[in-house]
Design a protein around this ligand. Sequence first.
Ligand code: CP3
Length: 346
Amino acid sequence: MKDHPILKAARGEKTDYTPIWIMRQAGRYSERYRKIRAQAGSFMELCKNPKLAAEVTLIPIEEIGIDAAILFSDILVPLEKMGIDVSFVEGKGPILEPKAEKLEDVEKLKIPEPEKDLPYVLETIQLIKKRLTDRPLIGFSGAPFTLASYMLEGGSSKNYIAAKSTMWNEPELWDALMSKLAETVIEYLSSQIKAGVDLIQIFDSWMGVLSKDDYEKFVFPYTERIVNELKKRYPEIPIIHFGVNAGHLLEVNNRLSVDVIGLDWKTEIPFALERIDKSIQGNLDPVTLFADEKIIEERVRKILIEGLKARGHIFNLGHGILPPTDPKKAKFLVDTVHKVSKELRG
Ligand code: CP3
């Protein structure tokens, strides 16, 4: 397993082809996913059902021949065990209650003990690892800022008014919340690694809404704490750090001891490579999968050529695959990445 192309690319070693996985690869674009989800009841119930969650995790391995599996769960799952109600309302996205608005709310939040509080996640990993022996399994967590923004906003947000104003106006609450989240993420990811995941991705999806100064001062130190602690505990496990619209934060994030930086499609690879010396992941616009195959192949080729200049390259979309995507196009993408990247290496 140590020599799988995804792990080699993460470490910056040469590979025979460019490996690929896709964010949200086990999602609603797949008919089998939709069937299993209906069987489970709600999305949260599916996340807490190890047998079905493992089944769903393996769908893209079987259906589109992807190079790695990603644990089927959600970044909001551990928040429930901190003492927050999390629900998903059809068409509205996640709803979180109560919001972490006062210092006493934050003081009441618990740091989950994964083995005791989140056993279904660890059991899912063990079930997947039993069945998936030839490819890596990716574990993941949200990063403190993205999690804090859901907790403070009570759900998805457009302008992040609650998150940013708390960050500026209530430094004590902010530090208490971000520290608690950092601790939660360290223990959560450690437990996933102990259960068997081969690499991890830290999703700081919304960090790009912050200015560089704010990010550096109010967010970076907590992510750095997580990365340093994980690297101390598990130096051999590669870490991917990802966020959307975060080109202006590349130089700052290059200081993290992560192995791979995930790029969205607006952050062009040559621009990124002038600013970072890590391996890269990305970065095809998810909407490209609605274009004709010829256009998909052209775009893929461009990214693969640019990616050859990076320390290592893991192909991915620049954000999650969209629910209306035709699964045949997802399969075409995987095949094209494999074919063209082999060709380019001669
Ligand atoms: O990538 C994978 O296939 C693994 C599973 C995974 C999901 N969510 C499944 C999911 C992962 C890694 C996530 C991460 C996640 N969740 C992020 C970070 C990645 C990103 O998108 O930037 C965020 C911000 C969330 C929070 C979240 N979860 C939102 C905002 C939503 C609703 C969005 C929507 O399209 O309705 C979810 C729900 C969710 N998470 C679904 C899936 C497959 C859809 C659930 C369903 O209706 O079946």
